[in-house]
Design a binder for this molecule. Sequence first.
Ligand SMILES: C[S@@+](CC[C@H](N)C(=O)[O-])C[C@H]1O[C@@H](n2cnc3c(N)ncnc32)[C@H](O)[C@@H]1O
Length: 263
Amino acid sequence: MNGGNPLNHPHTSRIYDYFLGGKDNYEVDRQAAEEILTAWPSIRIAARVNRQFMHRSTRFLAESGIRQFLDVGTGIPTEPNLHQIAQQTAPDSRVVYVDNDPVVLAHARAYMTGNTQGATTYIYGDVTEPKAIVDAPELTDVLDLSEPVGLSMIALLHFVEADVNQIVSTFLDAFAPGSYLVICTITADFAPEQVNAAQNVYRVRKLPAQVRTRDEVTGWFAGLDLVEPGVVPPHRWRLGESVEIPPTFDATVSCYCGVARKP
Ligand SMILES: C[S@@+](CC[C@H](N)C(=O)[O-])C[C@H]1O[C@@H](n2cnc3c(N)ncnc32)[C@H](O)[C@@H]1O
């Protein structure tokens, strides 16, 4: 349940905040998080690796010339946040954050301010209604949709049981050529027992959860130019050639990510 009193219902944002060692979570979130940790003990490591992928992919987009960012499924602010990474490289970057947890937006409004050159804004929105997000006046006040946009949906789509292809195409149809799509999502390909058990903990609490295969994630990038190295676990995405990662770490992290450009 996403709505209602946050003290009574766990939310994915606050469970994730607990995994990252944050303080913006309630007892009901911590109980759910502990059960998920029992099912999949390395999920805290996965959360940190996912966060580091957000840093690298955002820097990559800014270095590739992107100056407008749409981050859907923002999460409770965790430094450095996406706008800080983007504005480190390109101070004039404009960032729109979207989340469906009012608690996230309250924190975001309080803590996340852009620099003087760039702009940062926050919208309440649900990724399953992408048209409402791209049409929101608060978005078009900050983003010029005739120019490329970097769309990040990081650690979000495993909370979406709806058709992700439809969501992706609605966003990208609204964006100019040269826009980018950045995704990171959970898979059960490497550690099916643990990850499926964790998925079940979410579902029992009526939180949508859906793991995906590599083929499914690759399909979301159809028609786009996938940036090298393609769809891979996030610790294998442009980490630097000198870093050696043991194959067993893929099961620890159990995510796939990818970055692609709209031609
Ligand atoms: C695991 S956090 C990821 C935060 C951040 N993107 C990161 O990677 O560190 C997932 C976020 O997605 C939000 N979320 C979950 N379902 C959503 C939906 N249907 N629409 C919009 N946001 C959603 C949650 O509130 C939460 O803040």
